[in-house]
Design a protein around this ligand. Structure first.
Ligand code: FES
Ligand code: FES
Length: 502
C-alpha cells in the first residue's frame, strides 16, 4: 500500500502554518510523522493536505525560564530532548523515560508535540506530562491558551485540541530539590509500545520524609492514569537516605521498612485500575504488570536500582546547509521532488505527467524515491510501516526510517544511504569488512539497514558497550537472526577505530 495523493506544504513560520490549517478543510499537521505516515501508508489516514512543521525552528527550542520552568518546543525531537544537558541534569525523570521511547531512528524523527497530539495510551510523553504537572500551550484561531496535561488527554488518540489548533510548547514546572523519582515499563521487545508502565515522583521535606507524591500508569487504560489513593499512602513515609543503593550500608535495614511498603503499595495499585485487554496482553496479565512496574518505579525512587541507560550528549555530525530546493544525496546535490513536479508541469512533459503532479509526487516516500529515482537500491523496503529498519538512511547525519518520511521532507537536507557509506573505489568500508569477517550476514536483506544504523551509533558513540549496540540496533530486524555476529562486527569495528590493530 502507498499513501493517497496529497498537497504538501512546509511553512517557515507558525503564522503561516496556522493560515494553511484554516485555509484547508482536510489538512493534517505533520510533526515527526512516525505515527501519521504509517497510518497513511496503510490508508488509515488520507488527508488532502499535509502541513509539515519541520522548518519552524522556533518550535524546537528547549529553554528554562527565570522561574526555573522547563519549556520544550513541540517540534523538539525525542533525541533532542534525550541529548539535552538541561533535561539530563534538571529533569532526570524525563531523560530516564526517553530511553524507553521507540528506537533510535524513531527518536531522531519523532517529536514531543507529535507524540502528545497523537495521544497513544501506551506512549511515555503523556504519562510524563501528567506525572510532572506539565502545561501544554496551544495556538489556534482564537489565540493562545494553556491546557493542564491532566485535561489534555481525552481518550485513545483523542485530545482537547480543536480542529485548527497547533500544539506549540510544553512547560514542565521547576524540579524541586529533594525530589525522588522512578520510571519503569514493560514491552514485548526494546522500543515497542508499553504493555504497562509507571512514572513516580516523590517530593520530600528534607530529602527523606515524603511531603507529596505522584504515581501515573500508562499503557493500561485509554489515557494516563494517576493514582491519588496510592500516593496519599506515601505521604509522610520515610525513604532511605539519599544515595542509597544495593551496596549501601543501610540496605538491610531499609529492606524491612520502605521497600516492604513499596511491595504493599504495588499490590494496592493493581486493584486501583481495571486494565484493558488487547491483542498484546489481557487484563489479568496487565494487572500483574501494573504491580511489577509500580514496585520497580517505587524502588528506583528509593534508590534501589540503577537508571536504565546513560547516553552520549554528543550531537551527530551534520552534513551542512543544503539549498531548500535540492537534496544532498551521498554528497551530491540532486533535484528535489518539487523540481520534478514543476518539470512535469511544462507543456513538453504533459503527455506522460500525472493529473496533479505535485500531489502525486508528494506521496512518494523517501525509500521509494531513493530506489526508483536515484537508483540507490541498497535502501531495502521490508515492512513500509516502521518496524523492520531495512530502509534506514541518515538524514543530516541522524538515522531515520526512509519509509516513514516523504521524499519532499528531505528537501534542503542531506541524505546518506548505504551507498554513501561505501568507499568510492568500490572497496568495503571497515564496518562492512567486519560484517564479512564475523559472518554477520546471511541473506543480506537487513544488512544495509543494520550497517547504516551501526554507523550512526559509532559516529555518536565511538566505543559503545555491547548493550548499547543491542539498543541501537533494536529497531532493525534480521530475519536470519544473525544478531550475535552483527553485534560482534560492530564492536570489532569500534575497537579498530579506537586504534586496536588485531
Ligand atoms: Fe522501513 Fe521496514 S522500517 S521498510
Ligand atoms: Fe538475512 Fe538479516 S541476514 S535478514
Amino acid at each position: 500500500m502507498k499513501p493517497s495523493p496529497f498537497d504538501y506544504h512546509r511553512p517557515a513560520t507558525l503564522d503561516e502554518a496556522l493560515g494553511l490549517l484554516q485555509a484547508h478543510e482536510d489538512a493534517r499537521l505533520l510533526a515527526g510523522g512516525q505515527s501519521l505516515i504509517p497510518a497513511m501508508n496503510f490508508r488509515l489516514a488520507a488527508p488532502e493536505v499535509l502541513i509539515d512543521l519541520g522548518d519552524i525552528a522556533a518550535l524546537r527550542d528547549i529553554t528554562v525560564d527565570q522561574a526555573g520552568n522547563l519549556k520544550i518546543g513541540a517540534m523538539a525531537s525525542h533525541a533532542d530532548c534525550q541529548r539535552s544537558q538541561t533535561i539530563q541534569e534538571g529533569w532526570p525523570l524525563i531523560a530516564e523515560a526517553l530511553a524507553y521511547v521507540a528506537h533510535a531512528q524513531v527518536r531522531h524523527r519523532g517529536t514531543i508535540g507529535g507524540s502528545l497530539a497523537h495521544a497513544d495510551p501506551a506512549a511515555e510523553w503523556p504519562a510524563l506530562c501528567v506525572a510532572l504537572d506539565a502545561t501544554l500551550t496551544v495556538t489556534g484561531p482564537a489565540g493562545t491558551r494553556n491546557i493542564a496535561a491532566v485535561d489534555f488527554f481525552q481518550g485513545v488518540y483523542a485530545t482537547s485540541l480543536e480542529a485548527h489548533d497547533i500544539l506549540t510548547a510544553i512547560t514542565f514546572p521547576a524540579w524541586p530539590s529533594g525530589r525522588r523519582w522512578g520510571f519503569h515499563e514493560v514491552s514485548r521487545r526494546q522500543g515497542d509500545f508499553a504493555l504497562a508502565g509507571a512514572a513516580v515522583v516523590i517530593d520530600t521535606h528534607d530529602g527523606q520524609i515524603c511531603s507529596h507524591a505522584k504515581a501515573v500508569l500508562f499503557g493500561v487504560a485509554d489515557t494516563p492514569v494517576a493514582l491519588p489513593a496510592l500516593t496519599r499512602r506515601l505521604e509522610r513515609a520515610e525513604l532511605p537516605p539519599a544515595g542509597f543503593g544495593p551496596d549501601h550500608e543501610a540496605a538491610e535495614e531499609s529492606e524491612h521498612t520502605f521497600f516492604q511498603r513499596c511491595d504493599d503499595l504495588a499490590w494496592f495499585a493493581r486493584t486501583a485500575v481495571e486494565p484493558r485487554s488487547d491483542l498484546h496482553a489481557d487484563a489479568a496479565y496487565r494487572q500483574d504488570l501494573i504491580q511489577a512496574v509500580v514496585a520497580l518505579a517505587l524502588r528506583q525512587a528509593a534508590g534501589a536500582s540503577a537508571t536504565k541507560l546513560t547516553r552520549s550528549a554528543q550531537a551527530p555530525r551534520s552534513e551542512g546547509p543544503v539549498p531548500a530546493d535540492k537534496i544532498m544525496v551521498n554528497g551530491r546535490l540532486m533535484e528535489s521532488v518539487g523540481q520534478r513536479a514543476n518539470a512535469h508541469a511544462t507543456p513538453e512533459s504533459q503527455r506522460n505527467a500525472p493529473a496533479n503532479p505535485s500531489k502525486t509526487l508528494s506521496r512518494i516516500t523517501l525509500a521509494d524515491h531513493a530506489r526508483d529515482n536515484w537508483r540507490l537500491t541498497g535502501t531495502h523496503i521490508g515492512c513500509e510501516h516502521g518496524v523492520c529498519g531495512a530502509c534506514t538512511v541518515l538524514i543530516d547525519g541522524e538515522s531515520a526510517r526512509a519509509c516513514l518520511m516523504f521524499a519532499r521532507q528531505a528537501e534542503g537536507r542531506a541524505v546518506t544511504t548505504i551507498e554513501g557509506l561505501t568507499p568510492a573505489n568500490g572497496e568495503l568500508s571497515d564496518l562492512q569488512q567486519q560484517f564479512v569477517a564475523h559472518h554477520a550476514l546471511q541473506c543480506g536483506f537487513c544488512t544495509p539497514g543494520m550497517i547504516v544504523s551501526a554507523e550512526a551509533l559509532l559516529r555518536e558513540n565511538p566505543s559503545p558497550t555491547a548493550d548499547e549496540v543491542r539498543e541501537a540496533l533494536s529497531g532493525n530486524i534480521c530475519r536470519c537472526t544473525g544478531y550475535v555476529s552483527i553485534i560482534e562486527a560492530v564492536l570489532a569495528t569500534a575497537r579498530l577505530r579506537q586504534g586496536e590493530t588485531t
